[in-house]
Design a protein around this ligand. Structure first.
Ligand SMILES: C[S@@+](CC[C@H](N)C(=O)[O-])C[C@H]1O[C@@H](n2cnc3c(N)ncnc32)[C@H](O)[C@@H]1O
Length: 188
């Protein structure tokens, strides 16, 4: 990934469009019974709706994103809501993610195959992964969307061989263009 252009693209989007805070992803909301407490990571958090949701449940949150402007909005919202979120502005292509420390990792609408093993490694044994993002069908919804950001036909599961898959959908969403997974890490 080209660091400068990637950061510039997202900074520009977040600076020029005052998107409202979205609701937390339904994958998390539907599995709220699995969520207890501990340490959680919102990976490529954007506005951090999922980080805010997990913080409300009592998780100690790290929220990482490449875009400083979006983290500023998240931090401001977290303060307004009296929720504690530790925001990190970093390029996840190069960021040394800590290993084996998270009870929950949330990855929503971000896909980069070389980072999958670092995402898996960052979870504790027994930790939960919540992952939803666009699959290859998304190109029929958004022609021209960069194919390398889309999950191929084999889905997300092959990236997480050490996980007990608790829920998986390869063609979620109205257009079948979203795949999602909830898994528990069984071993390191
Ligand atoms: C489609 S948004 C998803 C945001 C959030 N996870 C959500 O579901 O609302 C993708 C996010 O990834 C971030 N991003 C893109 N490339 C990144 C990188 N190399 N390192 C860290 N964050 C990155 C962008 O700034 C953006 O906020």
């Amino acid at each position: 990934m080209n660091l400068k252009s990637d950061r510039e693209k997202w900074d520009s989007r977040y600076t020029h469009q005052e998107e409202p805070f979205p609701a937390p992803d339904e994958l998390l909301v539907h599995h709220v019974d699995l969520l207890t407490s501990g340490r959680a990571l919102d990976f490529a958090c954007g506005l951090g709706a999922n980080a805010l949701f997990l913080a409300e449940l009592g998780y100690e949150i790290d929220a990482i994103d490449i875009s400083f402007p979006v983290l500023l909005r998240l931090k401001t919202e977290a303060i307004r809501l009296s929720r504690s979120i530790f925001c990190v502005a970093a390029d996840l292509d190069y960021y040394p993610l800590p290993q084996g420390i998270y009870d929950v990792v949330a990855v929503f609408y971000f896909f980069s195959p070389p980072l999958m093993r670092y995402i898996a490694d960052s979870l504790k044994e027994g930790g939960l992964l919540f992952y939803a993002t666009y699959n290859y069908r998304h190109q029929s919804v958004k022609p021209g969307f960069n194919e390398s950001y889309l999950v191929p036909r084999h889905g997300l599961m092959p990236y997480f061989p050490l996980f007990d898959i608790m829920f998986s959908q390869e063609a979620a969403g109205e257009s079948g263009n979203i795949c999602c997974l909830v898994g528990r890490k069984t071993r390191n």
